[in-house]
Design a protein around this ligand. Structure first.
Ligand code: HEC
Ligand code: HEC
Ligand code: HEC
Ligand code: HEC
Ligand code: HEC
Length: 228
């Protein structure tokens, strides 16, 4: 009795309902596509923002004061990298060259190359050191010794700095707006997936140093070895 009543109560509505139901599933299919399309637009959009816009916003850019050509100079000097980047008697590393490394050849401009003219007029003649930007600069709390690596462990410059010796122009210096560090420390790849190309400088986050130390010596090292 109650079941027939229920059927009766339901069936009159079930009839007319059949058509709207078919209609509903078609519209939910198309709204499913709409949701999917909007999702993909949002997804691809945020990927693009992450890969392109984020680095644009994260890093500010500066040029070196002078466009320096390593390749031309390696042909001109007699002692390779050591002519400008050398170890002093006490084992400390000269780092960025000062004017003394340039003056012998650039007392006056040899050519009308605008970069050379600017270098001579603005720096050599008045005796002002060039404020080179240092792509590899570590935070002040880090201790790094070139002697331990180059003289002690016999590593080549290229194993950390890549192929800078063949470069014809300086690179744009990118500074992380949050940390103030050079982009080279994190590495050029935002995701840090994949290995740097053969000529690229190695990324130098704490773990990059530690990973190589573990490979080479079997342990990552104590905090005090790398921190002042
Ligand atoms: C004639 C002098 C000279 C010679 C020779 C020379 N350099 Fe340089 N180097 C410079 C100057 C000037 C700079 C600063 C401008 C720049 O970044 O290119 C520099 C910068 C660098 C830096 C950049 C530091 C940083 O991270 O910003 C590295 C690394 C370097 N040199 C490595 C080398 C290596 C390796 C060689 C040998 C293959 C070499 N240099 C030979 C003059 C020289
Ligand atoms: C052994 C000699 C020698 C020394 C040392 C030397 N240069 Fe040069 N430099 C040259 C020659 C040769 C050229 C190529 C001139 C040309 O044809 O433009 C040159 C070109 C340049 C130019 C022109 C643009 C370019 O890079 O091609 C700049 C700038 C320059 N040198 C800066 C420096 C600085 C900075 C130092 C010191 C760290 C230095 N040079 C040390 C010989 C030297
Ligand atoms: C184990 C990796 C490694 C090797 C090998 C290496 N460097 Fe560096 N280099 C660095 C790091 C890290 C810095 C930043 C040091 C800092 O800020 O305290 C640096 C900084 C520099 C600078 C910038 C000035 C300075 O002293 O901070 C120059 C120039 C340079 N290196 C040249 C060379 C040359 C030339 C060689 C080969 C003789 C070489 N490097 C070998 C890792 C390396
Ligand atoms: C590609 C390999 C490699 C990378 C990258 C590297 N190192 Fe090293 N480091 C070595 C080797 C090899 C030694 C020598 C180990 C030994 O003599 O026992 C060494 C030694 C040292 C030492 C000297 C330890 C001592 O007391 O004598 C310090 C400090 C150091 N590294 C700091 C750093 C820092 C900081 C970085 C990153 C900015 C770094 N290293 C990146 C390979 C590397
Ligand atoms: C192999 C060398 C090495 C060792 C060992 C090491 N660090 Fe570092 N550390 C670095 C370098 C290089 C940086 C800077 C680059 C970066 O931010 O990763 C750094 C950065 C840091 C920072 C961030 C500071 C800043 O201003 O960005 C902290 C905190 C730190 N280390 C703590 C430690 C502690 C704690 C230990 C011991 C468990 C340790 N580190 C061991 C090389 C080392």
């Amino acid at each position: 009795m109650s079941s027939t009543n229920l059927n009766k109560a339901v069936s009159p509505e079930a009839g007319p309902d059949a058509t709207p139901q078919a209609h509903d599933s078609a519209s939910s299919k198309s709204s499913g596509w709409a949701v999917f399309t909007f999702f993909m637009i949002g997804f691809v959009g945020s990927l693009l923002a992450g890969w392109i816009l984020f680095p644009e916003l994260l890093y500010s850019q500066k040029n070196q004061p002078i466009d320096f050509n390593h390749a031309v100079h390696l042909d001109a000097v007699t002692d390779g990298c050591d002519s400008c980047h050398y170890f002093r008697e006490d084992g400390s590393f000269s780092g960025m060259p000062d004017l003394a490394a340039c003056e012998d050849c650039h007392q006056e401009a040899m050519t009308d190359n605008p970069e050379e003219v600017k270098f001579v007029e603005e720096y050599v003649t008045p005796g002002i050191e060039v404020p080179w930007l240092n792509h590899s600069k570590q935070p002040d709390c880090v201790f790094f010794s070139h002697a331990a690596h180059v003289q002690g462990a016999d590593m080549s410059c290229a194993s950390c700095h890549g192929d800078i010796g063949t470069s014809e122009h300086t690179r744009v210096y990118e500074e992380n707006r949050i940390t103030g560090y050079s982009r080279d420390i994190w590495g050029q790849s935002i995701s840090r997936l994949g290995k740097p190309g053969p000529g690229d400088p190695r990324p130098m986050k704490m773990n990059d140093c530690a990973e190589c130390h573990e490979d080479e010596t079997g342990h990552k090292g104590a905090c005090f070895q790398c921190h002042k």
